[in-house]
Ligand binder design. Structure first.
Ligand SMILES: Cc1cc2nc3c(=O)[nH]c(=O)nc-3n(C[C@H](O)[C@H](O)[C@H](O)COP(=O)(O)OP(=O)(O)OC[C@H]3O[C@@H](n4cnc5c(N)ncnc54)[C@H](O)[C@@H]3O)c2cc1C
Length: 435
C-alpha cells in the first residue's frame, strides 16, 4: 500500500502514475478538495509548462541533477499526458495553458483520472506526523474530523508542497516532517515574491505600473529582468521583480541563519563569507525607460526643459510625456526641484540629475514579502538527498519527495508546475515498477 501526503500537482501525478501500474494508493489531503493551489495558478488560467526549457529557468544548488530529472519528463510528454486525460492545451507565445483557459479543468481532469484508477483520497485529513518503523514501513498520523487516525504504508510520498500561497492549504509540514526523519533540509524562503524597499516616498508612487528593467544586486552578483513593474506602499512588485526576488530572499536568509550561528545550508554559497559577515546591502536598480540609452534620455530631458516653447511652464507637466505624473513628481522631488518650478528655473546640473534619475534609480531592498504573497519556495531538500530517477530519499528508503519540497524553484512561466508534474511522475512510475 502506497500513501501520498498532499493532493496537489505532484501528489495527483504520483498517484496516477503509481495506480496505472496497478498499485493501491491512498492520498491524504487536509483541504476538503483536491488541488486548491493548482486551481488558482496563472491567475486561474494555469500556466502548465513552457517551450523554453532552459537550465536557468530552474534555480537550484544542483542544476545538473535538476536537468537529469527534467529530462525524464519533457514538455511534449506533459502535454501528451494531459491530452490523454482529456485536457486540450494551447500555446501562448511558448507558455502553455489548458485550452479552456481555466485551471479548474486541470484539477478536475486529474481528480477524475484518480477516481477512474481507484485511488482513494481522504479529504479533511490533516497529517500531523510521520514515523518510520524498523521494518521500513511508515506510520502516518492524521487528524480526520475529530478522530486521530493512524495508517501504515509500505511506501510514502511526501507531496505536501511548501508554505507559499495564501489560504490554499499550504504549510511547512513537509519540511518539518523531513527534518524529523533526518532528511537534510536546507534553509527555505519565499520566492517569486514582491520586495520591500527603503523608499521614503513609496506612498506617493504606489499603484503606478510601468515598463522597466530591474537589476537586483545581492552578495556580489547581479540579476536583471525586464517587464512591467508595480510600485507599492511597501516597495515594488510585478513579474520582473518576482523573477529576481529569490536572490534577495536567499541573501537575507543566509544572513539570518549566520547571525543565529546556524549552518546557512544551500545558501552558504550566497553568504558574504563563512562567518556570515554581510557583503554590502541588497539593492535594486530600476531603469524606467529601458528602451532608451542614457544618452537618449539626457537628450530628451534637455530638449523638454530648455525648449523656448515650454520655458515658463511647470517642469512637472512638461516631463509628463516621459513617465506617469506621480513618477515625474517623485523624480523632481529627488532632484530637489519645487513642484511648481518652471522649466527655465532648472539649472543644467539639475537637468542632468533629472536625466540620470530617469535612467536609473537605486534603492535598498530591506526584505521580501511573506509566503502569503509568494508563488513558490526556494531551498528545501537538496537534490543530492534523492535518487534522481525515482525521487526516493537516500537516507529514508521507501520515502519519496516531490514538487516544491525539493530545492528547485522555477521562474514564472509554468516551470514550477512542470517541476511538480515531472517529479510526481518520476516517483509514481518508480513506485509502479516497485523500484
Ligand atoms: C498564486 C499562485 C500562482 C501560481 N501560478 C503558477 C503558474 O501559473 N505556473 C506554475 O508553474 N506554477 C505556479 N505556481 C506555483 C505552483 O502552484 C506550485 O509550485 C506547485 O503547485 C507545487 O506543487 P506541489 O505538488 O509541490 O504542492 P501543492 O500543489 O501545493 O500541493 C500540496 C498539497 O498538500 C496539501 N497539504 C499540505 N500539508 C498537508 C498536511 N499536513 N496534510 C495533508 N495535506 C497537506 C496541500 O493542501 C496541497 O493540496 C503558483 C503558485 C501560487 C501560490
Amino acid at each position: 500500500m502506497i500513501g501520498i501526503i498532499g493532493c496537489g500537482a505532484s501528489g495527483m501525478m504520483a498517484a496516477i502514475c503509481a495506480a496505472r501500474a496497478g498499485r493501491q494508493v491512498t492520498v491524504l489531503e487536509h483541504n476538503d478538495r483536491p488541488g486548491r493551489k493548482l486551481a488558482v495558478t496563472g491567475n486561474g488560467h494555469c500556466n502548465l509548462t513552457n517551450d523554453n526549457q532552459t537550465q536557468e529557468a530552474y534555480r537550484t544548488a544542483d542544476p545538473e541533477i535538476a536537468s537529469r530529472i527534467l529530462a525524464t519528463f519533457s514538455k511534449e510528454e506533459l502535454l501528451a499526458f494531459f491530452r490523454q486525460i482529456g485536457v486540450l492545451t494551447r500555446d501562448k507565445n511558448g507558455y502553455w495553458y489548458p485550452y479552456s483557459g481555466n485551471a479548474q479543468t486541470v484539477v478536475a481532469a486529474l481528480s477524475a483520472e484518480m477516481k477512474r484508477l481507484g485511488v482513494r483520497v481522504l479529504y479533511g485529513a490533516d497529517t500531523q506526523s510521520v514515523i518510520r518503523l524498523a521494518d521500513g514501513r511508515y506510520v502516518v498520523r492524521a487528524q480526520v474530523g475529530s478522530e486521530m487516525r493512524e495508517m501504515t504504508f509500505d511506501r510514502l510520498v511526501l507531496a505536501c508542497g511548501g508554505p507559499a500561497g495564501d489560504k490554499l492549504g499550504q504549510s511547512d509540514f513537509g519540511f518539518r516532517a523531513l527534518r524529523r526523519l533526518s532528511v537534510a533540509v536546507s534553509n527555505y524562503a519565499p520566492a517569486l515574491v514582491p520586495l520591500q524597499l527603503d523608499n521614503p516616498h513609496s506612498k506617493m508612487i504606489a499603484g503606478v505600473r510601468m515598463e522597466a528593467e530591474v537589476t537586483l544586486r545581492a552578495d556580489g552578483a547581479e540579476h536583471s529582468e525586464r517587464g512591467e513593474i508595480v510600485w507599492t506602499e511597501y516597495g515594488v512588485s510585478g513579474i520582473p521583480v518576482m523573477q529576481v526576488s529569490r536572490f534577495a530572499s536567499m541573501a537575507f536568509k543566509a544572513r539570518e541563519a549566520a547571525s543565529r550561528g546556524m549552518d546557512s545550508g544551500a545558501y552558504g554559497r550566497y553568504a558574504a563569507d563563512a562567518s556570515g559577515r554581510e557583503s554590502g546591502p541588497v539593492t535594486i536598480t530600476i531603469r524606467m525607460m529601458p528602451d532608451h540609452t542614457a544618452e537618449q534620455i539626457r537628450e530628451i530631458t534637455e530638449e523638454m526643459l530648455t525648449s523656448a516653447r515650454f520655458a515658463s511652464e511647470a517642469a512637472a507637466s512638461v516631463l509628463g510625456g516621459m513617465a506617469d505624473a506621480k513618477i515625474v513628481r517623485w523624480i523632481l522631488l529627488l532632484a530637489g526641484v519645487p513642484e511648481d518650478a518652471a522649466c527655465r528655473e532648472i539649472s543644467p546640473d539639475t537637468r542632468a540629475m533629472i536625466a540620470d534619475l530617469f535612467t536609473r534609480i537605486e534603492l535598498p531592498v530591506t526584505g521580501v514579502r511573506t509566503y502569503a504573497q509568494a508563488q513558490t519556495t526556494c531551498g528545501g531538500v537538496p537534490l543530492t538527498e534523492i535518487n534522481p530517477e525515482t525521487m526516493e530519499s537516500y537516507r529514508c528508503r521507501g520515502l519519496y519527495i516531490t514538487g516544491e519540497l525539493l530545492d528547485v524553484d522555477g521562474t514564472c512561466g509554468g516551470y514550477n508546475l512542470h517541476w511538480a508534474f515531472a517529479t510526481g511522475a518520476a516517483a509514481g512510475r518508480a513506485l509502479g515498477e516497485n523500484r
